[in-house]
Design a protein around this ligand. Structure first.
Ligand SMILES: Nc1nc2c(c(=O)[nH]1)N[C@H]1C(S)=C(S)[C@@H](COP(=O)(O)O)O[C@H]1N2
Ligand SMILES: [Mo]
Length: 320
């Protein structure tokens, strides 16, 4: 689809009000921001201009969320250079060094399984159809470090309502891009590629669950999972699958990468829980990146008020 790019002077002030217009303008501003950021407009593919907001382009029309923590965000430098993204290597600095070449346009997310509206959803149509929120969340990695990340994202429930899960849908299975050409880490069998994850449908519908598309008010850098990744702040970081190309609504609990790899160490639920140790280390404390002293880890990473009811009758030592 070719989007006609309008000049700023074409945007009339009388155009305000309807949501469609507002969203359209946001998209236009995004495009303008990319051009302004020095994108090589002449060399872009014909239909690619509006469809290629690069990492670092400012996202317009982002609204603040009451779900944000008041804690100070971790530095942009740390959030974008200390990463886990094994498709680009197992070192923390590998993703920032190697992910830059991944092509994030065109990009489609296939939605299938038990949904009334299956299909291939274009990433820019997803951007256009949904409200973008800034959500400053704590992220607790299973390796006992944590960060505070100012995400920009789409509430997962909004996206699910649009594709309409049917009555038999009980889980959402997620899949990352499989492309060893672009993802050098996939040439080694560190994990069984592609990376897969899953949520129970009620977890996916929880208001905290976000489809992350940006950081620090800007388009998501590739190393953080561009163009779209999951964010579930009450679960260990590995649930937050990056660079999603498929979401399948299933009846059965789907397989997940780390559980397949080390079932004794990583369960399906992966809720942050200081009372249940990892078999090889304690989960009671964590090091906030940028801080010296360790701090106590909070159950559900401090989000118990929002999510504890999801697990009310479960034995959390068994369902870790
Ligand atoms: N596809 C994919 N998604 C992934 C990973 C990965 O290796 N591959 N690592 C996970 C882990 S272990 C963590 S802690 C978070 C890290 O997200 P961040 O780099 O944006 O902080 O991404 C998660 N999502
Ligand atoms: Mo992690």
């Amino acid at each position: 689809m070719l989007i006609k790019v309008r000049k700023p002077s074409d945007v009339l002030s009388s155009e305000i009000t309807p949501r469609s217009v507002y969203l359209d303008r946001r998209r236009f501003l995004q495009t303008a921001a990319v051009a302004g950021a020095g994108a090589a407009v002449g060399s872009l593919p014909l239909a690619g201009l509006a469809a290629t907001p690069g990492a670092g382009a400012k996202l317009e029309g982002v609204v603040k969320s009451p779900y944000s923590t008041g804690e100070e965000a971790t530095s942009r430098e740390s959030v974008t250079s200390y990463n886990n993204f094994y498709e680009f290597g197992t070192g923390k600095d590998d993703p920032a060094a190697n992910a830059g070449q991944m092509k994030t346009r065109p990009w489609t997310v296939v939605v299938d399984g038990h949904v009334a509206k299956p299909g291939s959803y274009d990433i820019d149509d997803i951007f256009k159809a949904h409200r973008l929120e800034e959500r400053i969340y704590r992220l607790r990695c299973v390796e006992a470090w944590s960060m505070v990340v100012p995400w920009v994202g789409i509430p997962m429930a909004d996206f699910l309502k649009r594709v309409e899960p049917t009555g038999s849908a009980r889980f959402v299975a997620f899949q990352t891009l499989l492309d060893p050409e672009q993802m050098p880490g996939q040439r080694r069998a560190v994990l069984d590629w592609p990376y897969v994850e899953g949520l129970r449908l009620d977890e996916a519908m929880n208001p905290l669950t976000l489809l992350g598309v940006g950081l620090y008010g800007e388009v998501m850098p590739n190393q953080n999972g561009a163009p779209i990744r999951l964010v579930t702040p009450w679960k260990y970081g590995f649930k937050s699958i990056k660079s999603i190309v498929r979401m399948t609504l299933t009846e059965e609990m789907p397989p997940t990468s780390w559980n397949k790899s080390q079932p004794r160490e990583y369960g399906f639920y992966a809720n942050v829980n200081p009372e249940v140790d990892h078999p090889r280390w304690s989960q009671k404390r964590e090091r906030r990146i940028g801080e010296f002293l360790k701090r106590d880890t909070l159950k559900y990473n401090g989000y118990g008020e929002e999510v504890a009811s999801l697990y009310a009758d479960m034995n959390l030592a068994k369902w870790f």
